[in-house]
Design a protein around this ligand. Sequence first.
Ligand SMILES: NC(=O)c1ccc[n+]([C@@H]2O[C@H](COP(=O)([O-])OP(=O)(O)OC[C@H]3O[C@@H](n4cnc5c(N)ncnc54)[C@H](O)[C@@H]3O)[C@@H](O)[C@H]2O)c1
Length: 260
Amino acid sequence: MSNLNNKVAIITGAASGIGLACARRYAQEGAIIIGLDRNRTDAWSSFEAATDACRFHQADVTDADAINAAAAKTVEEFGRIDILLTAAGIGEAGPVNMLDEDTWDRVINVNLKGTFLSIKAVLDTMMAQRSGSIVTVASVEGLNGTEGGSAYNASKGGVVMLTKNIAIDYGRLGIRCNSICPGFIDTPLLHEVMGAMPDFKKDVERETKMGRFGKPEEIAGAACFLASDDASFVTGHSLVVDGGYTAGHSHGIVELMGLV
Ligand SMILES: NC(=O)c1ccc[n+]([C@@H]2O[C@H](COP(=O)([O-])OP(=O)(O)OC[C@H]3O[C@@H](n4cnc5c(N)ncnc54)[C@H](O)[C@@H]3O)[C@@H](O)[C@H]2O)c1
């Protein structure tokens, strides 16, 4: 039996990267997929064409009316919302003295307020059902600081904390809420960052103890577990999926000793 058989899952940021990998995995596990993104991509269109139980809403997560309408349409058509995965996000930032207010507002609005609005859009339905699993996509940069991270780290730290508060406020109503904190995952967003920083790939691969970037499918595996009944007693958790990036520092000792 599949893990997510007939569960109705709304996924934001579904048209690319981590959101798309989660949509594919959830669909493989038997879920009905409601994708939401500000853009429809060719990759999403191919997925949609190959998937029967699948819908798409072109919407911005900062637009409460648009997300509420997508949630209402989902309930009208499928009668329930079992899973919300919030993957819509952007990666801009910079040291604070160089960061303009518009960039700060944009990053906080999409990454943090967008998560808040997406959760708010499904809560009434999940409360009435007395069940639901919310999986937010935060980041290891929501747990630790990063050089130049500022707005991005603040937004993701906010997502980690919002997740815990949702778990506290709605646990007795049967709703679980967990975040995934990915390390560096090979997606269009990461390529955008890499384009601006020539040594970035080498640095990250050195600090990631598995010695490579993660794949979006490796985040989807964790997202599948958290959404499923296998995680029925897991809530308020931040699951780090980072190939050991945050495990600690390496200083070349294992190379010196001939271990690798
Ligand atoms: N790739 C990484 O290394 C990494 C690491 C940690 C966390 N994350 C987080 O994972 C999430 C997914 O990122 P990704 O790497 O898959 O990037 P991506 O750019 O491939 O996908 C992000 C998707 O979100 C959509 N989106 C952006 N702003 C939106 C908005 N306002 N409304 C609706 N949709 C919007 C984009 O159109 C895109 O389809 C983001 O929240 C990102 O911060 C990524």
